[in-house]
Design a protein around this ligand. Structure first.
Ligand SMILES: C[C@@](CO)(OP(=O)(O)O)[C@H](O)COP(=O)(O)OP(=O)(O)OC[C@H]1O[C@@H](n2ccc(N)nc2=O)[C@H](O)[C@@H]1O
Ligand SMILES: Nc1ncnc2c1ncn2[C@@H]1O[C@H](COP(=O)(O)OP(=O)(O)O)[C@@H](O)[C@H]1O
Length: 321
């Protein structure tokens, strides 16, 4: 009898911005204590998993050239972790992963983590596993601090390494402009730079997360704009001084506030509404301070299987006259 091969599964997974990011002390495990508030945005990667005899990873789209396709790819690590967890052979999981990237690579928007979360959700569906989000989150935690949030999406508080996730009330959509920088920044290097700045002086520290939670609940972007903060910003700007110009240009273009997203170098600008975001994006793109500008809104759902009509279609071959 012929075995039935299940159809490929495509998962859409959002980028994140940290509305609040408080970094505590360096711990013995090499991580810093962290309190952060994540918001998932309408900037996403699509990850397709399929049963295949030629296992591996393919990456297309934004920054694809700088993403590893071997065992270091975070989505592949997720495949291996889930295979081991359910008693399949992690060295021969018979799965092919295709990642279509829109999230900037090494940009502080957790694109690699998003792909890992998407691979977990996609495989759970492909392999018809009885496995809940919380069990996937335990696996996700082993892959990286940002991976659990990408499973849940929405707006959430992250504590411990930023990987213990509790959903947060955010009643209204918020409108963002996202500025991609040229090239990425290494997350560990940004943390090392923050420790260096703290050893030498007193870089600014964000206030309490509670005020940001109230700002979110109010739904008023003007209130929230006053409360955004990121302890890693000083370190990212120290490594990439040009970000100062980008941050200034976004506010001059009419954004309510601008900040470095996570470890950077992407900058995120909160705007009054959708129309204002489009105007700010156009003016920022004209200012020539960054590589690419996008508008986005949040909160968005976490990694979710998309129906085949929504899944990206194969790119038709180029036609030359
Ligand atoms: C900083 C944040 C903010 O959301 O993300 P990005 O802005 O880079 O996307 C995250 O904490 C990054 O999460 P993720 O990228 O998954 O980090 P991991 O792979 O687990 O860790 C990479 C390295 O970052 C440092 N790290 C990360 C998290 C944390 N709480 N303390 C740390 O010191 C450590 O040096 C660690 O070895
Ligand atoms: N699927 C993936 N997508 C992007 N980067 C990946 C992936 N897998 C591994 N990486 C590596 O992880 C590094 C951090 O990537 P990313 O998650 O995009 O950035 P950040 O941690 O700043 O949010 C990249 O430099 C890349 O080498």
């Amino acid at each position: 009898m012929l075995a039935v091969v299940p159809p490929p599964v495509t998962v859409r997974v959002p980028a994140k911005v940290n509305l609040h990011l408080a970094v505590g002390n360096l711990r013995a495990d090499g991580y810093h204590d962290m309190v952060t508030i994540f918001q998932a945005l309408s900037l996403h990667d699509d990850v397709t998993v399929a049963v295949a005899d030629d296992p591996g990873v393919e990456v297309r789209g934004e920054g694809a050239d700088s993403v590893p396709t071997g065992p270091e790819n975070l989505a592949w690590k997720a495949v291996q972790a889930l295979a081991a967890h359910v008693g399949r052979d992690p060295e021969d999981p018979k799965v092919r992963v295709v990642i279509r990237k829109n999230i900037p690579v090494a940009g502080g928007m957790a694109g690699g983590s998003a792909d890992a979360a998407a691979a977990l959700v996609g495989l759970a569906s492909l392999w018809k596993l009885e496995i809940g989000r919380d069990e996937l989150a335990t696996l996700a935690r082993g892959l990286g601090a940002d991976v659990p949030f990408a499973l849940y999406g929405g707006t959430a508080l992250g504590t411990d390494r930023g990987d213990q996730i509790v959903p947060v009330l955010a009643r209204h959509p918020f409108h963002w402009v996202i500025a991609f920088d040229k090239g990425g920044l290494s997350t560990p290097e940004v943390f090392v730079e923050l420790d260096r700045l703290r050893a030498d002086g007193n870089p600014p520290r964000v206030g309490a997360a509670e005020a940001v939670l109230e700002g979110l609940a109010s739904g008023d972007p003007r209130q929230l704009a006053l409360l955004l903060g990121n302890d890693l910003q000083a370190a990212a700007v120290s490594l990439r001084p040009n970000l100062r110009r980008t941050l200034r240009a976004g506010v001059n273009a009419g954004a309510l506030a601008g900040m470095v997203s996570g470890s950077g170098p992407t900058c995120a600008f909160l705007c009054t509404d959708a129309d204002s975001a489009v105007r700010v994006a156009a003016e920022l793109a004209g200012a020539g301070v960054c590589r690419t500008v996008r508008v986005a809104q949040g909160p968005m759902p976490g990694a979710r299987v998309v129906a085949s009509e929504e899944a990206p279609r194969p790119v038709p071959p180029e036609v030359h006259a």
